[in-house]
Design a binder for this molecule. Structure first.
Ligand SMILES: [Zn+2]
Length: 537
């Protein structure tokens, strides 16, 4: 007697191989049979005729570090079929925390997650992972160590290179994170303080990651004018440190960069041809999202948030910021370039009536200059303002998606339609990424075959992360699975109405436990913390 049998599904096994019809049997947390299981019985039988059974999706790029502490059910992602999430991306992780990073994190939590009881003080990666485990999570979690977090811990928001002692401190904290089970290092090289680093610093840290067989995941130093230099830097880190490189949310930002995707992909393929293991991920939307503070030049962030707020209140500094945002300074080019205020939408701030509206619109209504409006908004919100930026071309999006080296990653934190995480107007990618690829880009636009789309969501990220027992439906693998209707699966979340679960996802199993059934979360928390380098991972 098995625990569950899913009967008659079209099995898309995650390898890219064409679908085949089969029964899939589960015992405990393991797939124990695939084929004709008509001679077997199970406590739980699922008739899957006409539906697709795939391995649970692996979201290699999330920002769920803190949201999962608020609500471990992670429904926005789970209800699309995401059974494993990687946290700690873009240089920012929940741990390890020391020094100035503690206060920075405390302020961020106060602004973004007022319900989260996460008292200040040094925080170890092992403590963070234990807290997730004790709270219970519905999906599996892997963590990266954020370089910005390391840097803020070792030297605050100081510009310039670390001295030997500061670099050793960063390495020590990174080592601690890797020992606790982190899967690698992430950078966010457009965000202070990560942006203050030189390539050599990243290479030194990536060498620590190599000792543990980890990966280097990077939000590169620029995605508009400096895109190609930034990709070259990411490849250089992989080459010099000998680590696999994951380029986050691959894109060409800004109209003046549209049409760059072929060359972008060619650079990655050329690096692979000479033996550097580089891959990338992508979310399927024409808008990006991050804090509005990312528009500001690096010098404005020096010294952290209190210093930034002083500069935002200083007319001279504002003039200089405006000039640098428009013209760049040195090698730095603002994310603003190629976006503009008319395509900059506010998603999160203290006044909910501003959410979902563009800076251009809001400034015009008040009869003020949009730069002044944006600076004031940052000032009034302690520099914590979220934004969505309409900046990516459709053609580039599809060209990048069709490339076999690019997997799917949402670049979002978990949320839910109700509860403490249902705030603001977050980018719809959190509720929609995986369902949108399957609905819009597989079924409607034909950009990908279904089997290829599933491969990009399953075996490909699994291999990247060293998850050799997940990401493929085969006997002996962990029973993370999603059952969906290929005719109706699709995203429903939009920019103005982002809190909507997807259509067509019927059941989700995590470690053999049915966690979503009949379009409901069943309250199960069978997710595991997948500690890199330990048995079973
Ligand atoms: Zn990023």
């Amino acid at each position: 007697m098995l625990d569950a049998i899913i009967r008659g599904a079209r099995v898309v096994d995650g390898t890219g191989y064409p679908w085949f019809r089969a029964d899939v049997g589960v015992l405990g947390d393991t797939i124990v049979g695939i084929g004709d299981l008509s001679g077997l019985e199970a406590a739980h039988e699922v008739d899957a005729a006409g539906r697709v059974l795939a391995p649970g999706f692996i979201d290699i790029h999330t920002h769920s570090d803190l949201p999962l502490l608020v609500d471990g059910t992670g429904q926005s992602h789970l209800r699309q079929g995401v059974t494993t999430s990687v946290v700690g991306n873009c240089g920012n992780s929940a741990a390890p925390l020391e020094g100035e990073a503690v206060e920075y994190q405390r302020a961020r939590i106060a602004a973004e997650h007022p319900n989260l009881d996460w008292p200040g003080g040094p925080r170890r990666m092992a403590e963070y992972l234990d807290a997730l485990e004790e709270g219970g999570v519905s999906g599996n979690v892997l963590a990266l160590v954020g370089h910005g977090t390391l840097r803020a811990s070792a030297m605050g928001f100081e510009r310039g290179a670390p001295d030997r002692r500061q670099l050793d401190k960063m390495k020590g904290l990174l080592r601690e994170g890797m020992e606790a089970g982190a899967v690698g290092l992430s950078t966010g090289l457009i965000y202070a303080p990560g942006s203050y680093s030189e390539t050599e610093e990243i290479v030194e840290l990536a060498r620590v990651v190599r000792e543990y067989g980890g990966i280097y995941a990077t939000h590169i130093r620029g995605e508009n004018d400096t895109l190609f230099d930034a990709v070259a830097e990411a490849i250089r880190v992989g080459e010099e440190a000998g680590v696999p490189v994951q380029i986050a949310h691959l894109k060409a930002m800004g109209r003046h960069m549209w049409g760059s995707s072929e060359r972008l992909l060619a650079e990655i393929e050329a690096a692979r041809a000479r033996g550097v293991d580089v891959t990338a991920d992508q979310y399927p939307y024409e808008a990006s999202a991050t804090g509005l503070g990312a528009y500001l030049p690096g010098w404005a962030h020096e010294g952290g948030t209190p210093a930034l707020l002083e500069r935002l209140a200083d007319p001279g500094a504002r003039d200089r910021m405006r000039r640098d945002i428009l013209e760049g300074s040195g090698d730095w080019i603002s994310v603003y370039r190629g976006v503009g205020w008319e395509r900059t939408m506010i998603t999160r701030c203290q006044d909910p009536s501003l959410e979902g509206r563009t800076v251009a619109e809001l400034a015009e209504e008040r009869g003020v200059d949009p730069f002044d409006y944006a600076f004031d908004l940052l000032l009034e919100n302690a520099a914590n303002v979220g934004g969505v930026y309409f900046t990516i071309g459709d053609e580039d999006l599809e060209t990048i998606m069709a490339n076999p080296l690019v997997m799917v990653g949402s670049d979002s934190g978990v949320s839910a339609v109700e509860g403490p995480l249902a705030r603001g107007k977050p980018h719809p990618r959190g509720f929609g990424t995986f369902a949108r690829v399957l609905g819009r880009y597989v079924r409607e636009r034909g950009v990908l075959r279904l089997e290829e789309a599933v491969r990009k969501m399953t075996s490909m990220p699994a291999a990247r992360l060293g998850l050799w027992d997940r990401g493929i439906l085969r006997e002996g693998a962990r029973a993370d699975m999603v059952l969906f209707d290929p005719k109706t699966v699709g995203d429903r979340a939009t920019y103005t109405d982002p809190f909507a679960y997807p259509a067509g996802v019927h059941a989700v199993f995590v470690n053999g436990r049915e966690t979503v059934g009949d379009h409901c979360h069943l309250g199960v928390r069978a997710g595991r913390i997948l500690r890199h380098g330990t048995a079973g991972v």
